[in-house]
Design a protein around this ligand. Structure first.
Ligand SMILES: Nc1ncnc2c1ncn2[C@@H]1O[C@H](COP(=O)(O)OP(=O)(O)OP(=O)(O)O)[C@@H](O)[C@H]1O
Length: 208
């Protein structure tokens, strides 16, 4: 479903990633790695957010040749989401509904599911860090994509929200959707049945 070849990423002269091949089939994957090893960088590369050397393909769609189509098949939730503080939650969600051509009913259900509906008419600047994270997760689940990339989805959200997130991931996986998530917290098989665990080590993605 996702394949990468000859990936090289440098910030100035600082080389962060350098590997030949990394592929995943449909499924749920956990990407591990210590602080600063390059997880967010890899996520930004495979979701088409930053320049890099190499090739990325998703279900036959090449990121360089068909960037708009490629991005329409991926959802990326940043580890530390940043939005303009004066924007209301609902306005951000409306933007996603429009750009992702999603059904409002599906989104209303998602907002209810994560108990965010009462806060959607407040500005994002008034949100707690957990509320902000939940809003970013709701946005990531808006629309219909093939691959969800969730960078540290568990940070700042409470246990009940984590359980809800696991449940949602399982439901989507049953519908054929794939997930790559990073987490410094252990992801056990009771919480989520993983199809693979990877780690970034010495600029390479290795399977554990
Ligand atoms: N925009 C940037 N400009 C310069 N260096 C960067 C930039 N983004 C990341 N880096 C550097 O690239 C390396 C990898 O950072 P990255 O954020 O990808 O790591 P990470 O594995 O996600 O870390 P963490 O677990 O701490 O979130 C770090 O050394 C970081 O300082």
């Amino acid at each position: 479903m996702l394949s990468t070849t000859n990936i090289n990423k440098k910030y100035g002269s600082h080389e962060v990633l350098n590997f030949n091949e990394w592929k995943i089939d449909e499924g749920i994957y956990w990407l591990k790695g210590g602080n600063g090893t390059g997880k967010s960088t890899l996520f930004r590369i495979i979701s088409g957010q930053i320049p890099f050397k190499g090739e990325v393909n998703l279900n036959g769609i090449n990121l360089r040749k068909d960037p708009i189509k490629f991005r329409s098949r991926i959802s990326f939730a940043e580890a530390e989401p940043q939005y303009p503080t004066f924007v209301k939650g609902r306005e951000l969600i409306d933007f996603y509904i429009e750009t992702r051509e999603a059904q409002r009913k599906q989104v209303d259900e998602l907002a209810d599911y994560f108990e965010m509906t009462p806060f959607l008419d407040n500005t994002i600047g008034s949100y707690s860090s957990g509320m902000l994270k939940k809003l970013s997760l709701i946005c990531a689940f808006i629309g219909n994509v093939d691959l969800y990339i969730l960078d540290e989805p568990l940070i700042t959200i409470d246990i009940s929200s984590s359980d809800k997130l696991y449940k949602l991931i399982k439901e989507k996986a049953l519908q054929g959707k794939s997930f790559i998530l990073s987490s410094h917290q252990e992801v056990s098989n009771d919480q989520l049945e993983l199809d693979g665990v990877f780690q970034i080590l010495d600029k390479q993605v290795i399977q554990l």
